[in-house]
Design a binder for this molecule. Structure first.
Ligand SMILES: Nc1ncnc2c1ncn2[C@@H]1O[C@H](COP(=O)(O)OP(=O)(O)OP(=O)(O)O)[C@@H](O)[C@H]1O
Length: 232
């Protein structure tokens, strides 16, 4: 098991915004976290990555509490939002910096970026621009590519499809599916796009007001079921 969440709560100003009894995630699963605005998806991800502390409960990554151990940082990569980027660097400088944290040489980073030429669609590299001057969608591409460059066992992405153009959305789905089979990557993504999430994920967790309402494996009826649920 790569992740186990127990009795996890986050309370803001007396309001419980995350209240998850138990979630277990096995290696190789691709899980979509869905739920309306304010359901607690981002708050859950932020606790998972030890960016904020839970009010109560534990998150174990390979059996170790993410608040107490750094081991998970070696195999977990994430992109939640453009706040993860370094605005005053060019994409190349940013990739080199992230690569250096993971023992990748400049040549390794270059070789990696060459593989992502399609994903970047000619808009990211050699532009001479700083990250702050890219569109939000292109900033997302930079963040997602930097996360994947770490060759993670466990990938966490918050609304990765939101600002991407349709071509890049499809390329991202293909990438996630390929990495799942080639390297048993475990992926946890939040999304409001029910089409994409049911297409790429083999399991869906539905969060409402911080509580897990449904947790099930996807099949050919999942999209219809989710659409019915959200149109009620
Ligand atoms: N720092 C904070 N202080 C107070 N309330 C917060 C804070 N962060 C989040 N919340 C509240 O927690 C709840 C869950 O927010 P969260 O951003 O996790 O939801 P979400 O499911 O990611 O929503 P969205 O789909 O809109 O991104 C919301 O009611 C939000 O207002």
């Amino acid at each position: 098991m790569i992740l186990e969440v127990n009795n996890l709560q986050k309370i803001y100003g007396g309001k419980t915004v995350v209240n998850i009894e138990n979630i277990q995630i096995q290696q190789g699963e691709t899980i979509g976290l869905v739920g309306n605005n304010g359901a607690g998806k981002t708050t859950f991800f932020r606790m998972l990555l030890d960016l904020i502390r839970p009010s109560q409960g534990t998150i174990l990554s390979k059996g170790e509490n993410v608040m107490q151990s750094d081991a998970w940082k070696n195999y977990t990569a994430s992109f939640l939002d453009e706040g993860f980027l370094i605005d005053y660097l060019t994409p190349e400088e940013y990739f080199t910096f992230i690569g250096s944290l993971h023992d990748l040489s400049i040549a390794d980073v270059k070789a990696y970026l060459a593989k992502y030429a399609d994903f970047f669609n000619g808009e990211i590299l050699n532009s001479g621009k700083y990250i702050r001057d890219f569109s939000k969608g292109n900033q997302n591409k930079i963040g997602i590519a930097a996360a994947l460059m770490q060759d993670p066992e466990f990938l966490v992405l918050d609304e990765p499809f939101a600002n991407l153009d349709p071509t890049t959305q499809i390329r991202l789905k293909t990438l996630i599916k390929t990495l799942k089979t080639e390297r048993t990557m475990t992926t946890l993504i939040s999304s409001h796009d029910l089409n994409h999430v049911t297409d790429v994920c083999d399991r869906i967790i539905l969060l409402e007001k911080g509580i897990v309402i449904k947790d099930f494996h996807t099949d050919e009826n999942t999209l219809k079921e989710l659409e019915a649920y959200f149109s009620e």
